[in-house]
Design a protein around this ligand. Structure first.
Ligand SMILES: [Zn+2]
Length: 328
């Protein structure tokens, strides 16, 4: 789970309400785009679903439900997004509400996160209202919205509202730090503070960077399951492919620099870097299957390759060669 930046007060308050079983069943998280409302919703959901009886803020990170949550396979959390061309339809809402009305699979709470819920259709809102009017025990709805006044008053009156403010400069600096960016100067900070999309991009990039870094560490250990899952997920994110591939490349380059003294590790990261460059070219210019290219790049980060590399330095196949082989 990514460490969230900012909103300590709201997050502590929500965690305490959840711990004391005083959390209302319908919540609205409001605030401008890109400040981490969705991250806060997921943090709360992880705590609510955690099977540890003493579940701390964000969950215990040690139980099975927490790991299911992280691998996005927990059956008791449902997420919908109402914005964009592919926003949730009335059928999607019906299906989610039906799932929410069933008994919990893991024996704990059930949580639905409704992103950009202020863009829900009138029909959708009416269907949702019924579920909010008859709350079931241990069932929680979190509506993440930029503009709560766009929600029907019937829905607003059923929900307890939590306001998330703009991120202060300090938090923006932390995000910039985490991304390895130069400290924000005054104008960049002012721009980020004023621009919702700028903040959004910063926060999203921080999450993406953490995500890539943790998968690369697992790839180095030879964790085939994590590699496969990441390749599947990242290869499917068509809108973010360019940025994701660039992150993979720069993060591998960082690993190479960090491990310059360790000959065998450096050999692996050096080879992986070449593959990451190839992957960018093959995916973006030649339209080769992104999942496959990402998978091959991640596989080439495995430290066990270093043994093979040291004995037969010229045997390390490049991504282009591997893919050509498979096409033959
Ligand atoms: Zn847990």
């Amino acid at each position: 789970m990514t460490t969230l930046i900012g909103h300590e007060q709201q997050r502590t308050q929500l965690a305490a309400l959840a711990r004391d079983k005083r959390l209302p069943s319908a919540l609205i998280f409001s605030g401008i785009q890109g400040i981490g409302k969705h991250g806060a919703a997921r943090e709360l959901a992880r705590q609510l679903l955690c099977s540890n009886p003493e579940s701390p803020q964000g969950g215990c990170s040690g139980c099975r439900t927490c790991s299911l949550f992280d691998s996005k396979t927990h059956p008791d959390i449902h997420e919908l997004c109402f914005s964009g061309d592919k926003g949730a339809t009335v059928d999607d809402i019906r299906k989610t509400l039906e799932n929410m009305s069933l008994k919990s699979f893991m024996g704990g709470s059930k949580v639905a996160i409704l992103n950009d819920a202020d863009e829900i259709s009138t029909v959708g809102a009416n269907i949702l209202l019924k579920s909010l009017e008859e709350p079931r025990p241990e069932t929680f709805f979190i509506l993440v919205v930029a503009n709560p006044s766009r929600l029907p008053s019937t829905i607003l009156s059923r929900c307890q509202r939590f306001f998330f403010d703009r991120l202060p400069l300090e938090a923006l600096q932390q995000i910039a730090n985490r991304l390895g960016l130069a400290p924000l100067n005054e104008s960049a900070a002012a721009l980020a503070d004023g621009s919702a999309t700028g903040l959004d991009a910063l926060q999203a990039r921080a999450d993406m960077y953490d995500d890539v870094k943790s998968v690369l560490d697992k790839a180095f250990q030879g964790d085939a399951t994590s590699i496969g899952r990441a390749a599947q997920e990242w290869g499917g994110e068509k809108n973010q492919l360019r940025e994701r591939l660039a992150f993979i490349r720069t993060t591998i380059r960082k690993k190479l620099v960090e491990n310059a003294q360790d000959r065998s590790a450096a050999a692996v990261w050096g080879n992986a870097l070449q593959n990451a460059l190839d992957a960018e070219y093959l995916v973006l210019e030649r339209h080769v299957n992104p999942t496959l290219c990402i998978l091959k790049t991640l596989q080439s980060c495995n430290r066990d390759l270093s043994v093979a590399y040291q004995t037969t330095p010229n045997q390390m196949p490049s991504l282009a060669e591997i893919l050509l082989d498979e096409r033959r």
